[in-house]
Design a protein around this ligand. Structure first.
Ligand code: ATP
Length: 389
């Protein structure tokens, strides 16, 4: 594990054993996070973002089975593979909540309505920092002040229903930060808030990140939030990362057709009124019995027939720090992968060694198995009918 990294996720898989069959929800995800940086994990609903995060914390359902490696630079345990730890054992519990914290999108669900806010923040303080009641209350109140909760003495003894949505999200952030974690996982932390409160919370998170010098893994489908918050971005589709780069590079120079679609679907302030928003036709297919093909094939307007429906591209680096998994990309590294896979297919060999995860159950070409009941799309980027005038 590299010295500058706090986290390295290597070939992460999450398989879900359903009565209908095996759902390969996360299919070989690789990324790393440097100390103190913010990485945005972006993608549509159902592409595997939350399962990836829950695998890091070891809080996935029993039926969701992770594989691969999640290396974490822990204070107490040194460099450790989180997946090798007993997911209910003492070691992972000494990391979860203390060294790695998480905030969710729904603070109302995260807090129990039965206990006061102070009591719940204090629970983490007592568990991980000090058993001394007076001291732990002081620490909890201090962090409540830090996240901008006024009148802390009164607020400490109030119940969740007495807090507004924005204030409750601040309290949730306080609970996540009370142990001074090295890493924070923020799963859509502002989705449930209105835009002005959203902006305040994002600003607060940025300030606190500097104060606490922590890395943030930011899960979102909102590219506006990514632009504001993230140093780097990993775009996920159907359980895989299809593009990753610095945030500024992703916006200036998106290469994967899916990333271009996501960016095109965000309205930019200052753009002409007549300019219409793009929508990506179809939905993320269900990752069950996937054929050997690019996961985005059915929705892609840049697909290459006979190739994208027969092999799955791997992530290749096209510029320092910029990776993409697409056969139809003009960069040399992508062209080299394409040539190799085409040669393997022409020779009647499996292209698995050149590209594709080789774990798919159905080796047939992707024809009718489009998943999620979609008809094969002619173009993914359909201009919205009756767009802005
Ligand atoms: N406990 C579970 N049981 C069955 N299927 C699950 C479970 N958790 C997740 N899935 C499925 O795994 C896939 C990935 O889910 P995940 O929650 O990681 O997606 P996501 O990208 O975080 O979406 P969202 O933005 O909606 O949270 C989806 O098809 C989802 O329905």
């Amino acid at each position: 594990m590299s010295e500058e990294n706090i986290l390295e996720v290597k070939d992460l898989h999450v398989d879900i054993h359903m009565t209908e069959g095996l759902l390969t929800a996360v299919r070989g995800v690789n990324f790393e996070m440097k100390k103190g940086e913010t990485l945005g994990l972006v993608g549509e609903s159902g592409c595997g973002k939350s399962l990836t995060c829950k695998a890091i914390l070891g809080i996935n359902d029993k039926k969701c089975v992770p594989g691969g490696q999640i290396l974490f630079d822990s204070e107490g345990l040194g460099k450790v593979d989180l997946l090798s730890l007993d997911q209910k054992g003492q070691e992972i519990r000494s990391i979860r909540g203390k060294e790695i914290s998480m905030i969710f999108q729904e603070p109302m669900v995260a807090f129990s309505p039965m206990y006061t806010i102070g009591n719940q923040i204090n629970e983490a303080t007592r568990l991980h920092i000090t058993k001394d009641k007076k001291k732990s209350k002081e620490i909890s109140m201090e962090v409540m002040r830090k996240v901008g909760i006024a009148n802390v003495e009164k607020r400490y003894n109030q119940y969740p229903h007495e807090f507004s949505g924005g204030m409750l999200q601040r309290a949730l952030i306080a609970m996540a930060l009370v142990c001074n974690p090295k890493m924070l996982i923020a799963d859509e932390p502002t989705t449930a808030l209105d835009v002005t409160i959203q902006a305040q919370i994002l600003e607060l998170m940025k300030e606190l990140q500097k104060d606490f010098n922590m890395a943030i893994l930011f899960i979102t489908h909102d590219l506006g939030v990514v632009a504001k918050m993230c140093d780097r971005v990993a775009v996920m589709y159907l359980g895989k990362i299809v593009e990753s780069a610095d945030a500024s590079e992703i916006y200036a120079n998106p290469q994967h057709p899916y990333t271009r679609g996501l960016i095109g679907s965000v309205h930019k302030i200052g753009s002409a009124k007549e300019e219409r928003l793009f929508s990506i036709e179809g939905t993320v297919p269900l990752a069950m019995n996937l054929p050997k093909a690019c996961g985005f094939y059915d929705r892609c307007d840049a697909r290459i027939e006979g190739l994208c429906n027969r092999a799955e591209p791997e992530l290749v680096e096209i510029a320092p720090g910029h990776k993409i998994a697409c056969f139809n990309c003009p960069h040399e590294a992508c062209k080299a992968q394409r040539t190799k896979v085409e040669a393997a297919l022409a020779a009647g060999k499996s292209p698995d060694e050149s590209a594709g995860n080789g774990k798919d159950k159905n080796p047939s070409a992707r024809t009718e198995t489009s998943g999620a009941g979609k008809s094969p799309a002619k173009s993914i980027f359909k201009k919205k009918e009756g767009g802005r005038k």
